[in-house]
Design a protein around this ligand. Sequence first.
Ligand code: CA
Length: 603
Amino acid sequence: MCCLSSAAIAANTPIEHTAPPYWWANMQHPDLQVMLHGKNIAHYQVKLSSVDVQLKSVTTLDNPNYVFIDLDISQAKAQKFDFVFSQNGKKQFSHSYELKQRQTPAPQGLSPADVIYLLMPDRFANGNPKNDVVSTMQETWLQRDSLIARHGGDLQGIIDHLDYLDNLGITALWLNPVLTNDQPKWSYHGYAATDHYQIDPRFGDIELYRNLSQKAHQKGIKMVKDVIFNHVGDQHWFIKDLPSATWIHQFPKFTKTTYMTSTLMDPYASQHDKSVLLDGWFDKHMPDLNQHNQYVQNYLIQNCIWWTEVAQLDAFRLDTYAYSDPDFLVLWSERLTKEYPTLGLFGETWVQGEPIQAYFHGNTNIHKNFNATMHGLTDFQLYYAINAALNENFGWETGVSRLYYTLVKDYLYTDATHNVTFLDNHDLSRYYSVIGEDIEKYKIGMGFLLTMRGIPCIYYGTEILMKNFANPDGLVRLDFAGGWQGDSANKFEAKGRTPQEQTAFAFVQQLLQWRQNKTVIHSGKLMQFIPEKGVYTYFRYNDKETIMVMLNPSNEAVSIATDKFVERTQNYQKATDILTQQTFDLSKSITVPAKGILIMELR
Ligand code: CA
């Protein structure tokens, strides 16, 4: 539990929680709402000891253990001041608060020049065995061969392997959530927060998180924080002592969300179906926050600003985006963007079909009234298409035609280039298993991912052929071999990998390092051609450079006449495959090998 500060103890206050725990002077937004929690604190009058912080209002909700103090800090300097609690005009106790000097982080945001690496901190590397079990927490079960127990991975383990990540060639790090999850079980994945202002002690602490951010930035690696507004863990301190009945959505009996995000744009949907989607609980131990409640809104928004300032974050990935109240999402992105115009934002939209996915993008060509200023979405539709392209036979609507049609539907977006593209993630079967452990197909999908529009995201271990189907999901969250002392193999090093794993690693590394300086991939235009004979061909191009990609997942080599590509090839004679250095004559047909991909620089 947080957060009885030593100052609070010294002052003998009943305050147990302060959210946010401190703030900064000179923020863009003039107001701050401080939520204090402590036994019967609503029974006091509250005043301030500051001359330039203005007390706007003090609000209590149903529960006398909370007060919400609205402050105008627009004229305030950095300072410490007290909330003074009195009864009948007589001071009873005070609670100290601080407005710090801003470090004014300038988030770098995310762009298609980036490649994100997603990892699950409990399962990546154990840099500090001493924090594996924290006896004061509810779950003390550590068992590495269990899929649902904690394994001991932590922030120090990530710091210890920043060189590995840098050497691989990724430019941004997305960790599954690292906030305290003091739940009795299933807490390893981090999606059931019980304290929004603490790093889970089994991962480290705030200082170590800042340290990770600083060290990552020194290597040119950006920091992405995974946040969840839809739900929290049922052991969250504010769930165990609810500020008000409307803090969460409550039902006469347990009501689970339908997970059917389609109800939001369904012209024939019932209000019942819409409400259960948005207000139903994600699971029994994950209560659904009411984002219509303005105090919940402030709590969540300020929390994101606080972490951006504290840890110098570059971007947020918003979990279960489609399940959060849409009006709140707009407000959230407005507040964050006002404070940090360069901050990157992308939302998880695990939905079916491009029109449904595009609906959540905001500012699209079809959903003009919803502008969440969300820069991108997790592009599940392109993920489905890659799977199909590599596993289905080619046909009018199947195989690589799925890639073609999915990209056609980019017309729905005003800009799809900031969608986060991927081959797998922590919820999905691992890519290498899905494609039948076929290294040639692996190269096709990876080559596509790293040359197509979007911000690619690589799930930890995919570069070394980690495998398994997500049934159960723990199977796709196994430990990265070598992350624990005494592991029988260390796959962070070439000598610990099998020849096949090394082939995959070297392929990904070569492409990532090539991609880093290829502005034509980052910001060049995209032109695709209707697939022919099972071969899908597209170009990335700008004024200076043209890249031609041809991919053929079939079992036979296919020769493709090049004359139809003339509008992109007319200024060039040769095409050199960056993978093999093989050079092709653009005036002749090009033969794409069986289960092959050609990534060609035109010369
Ligand atoms: Ca550990």
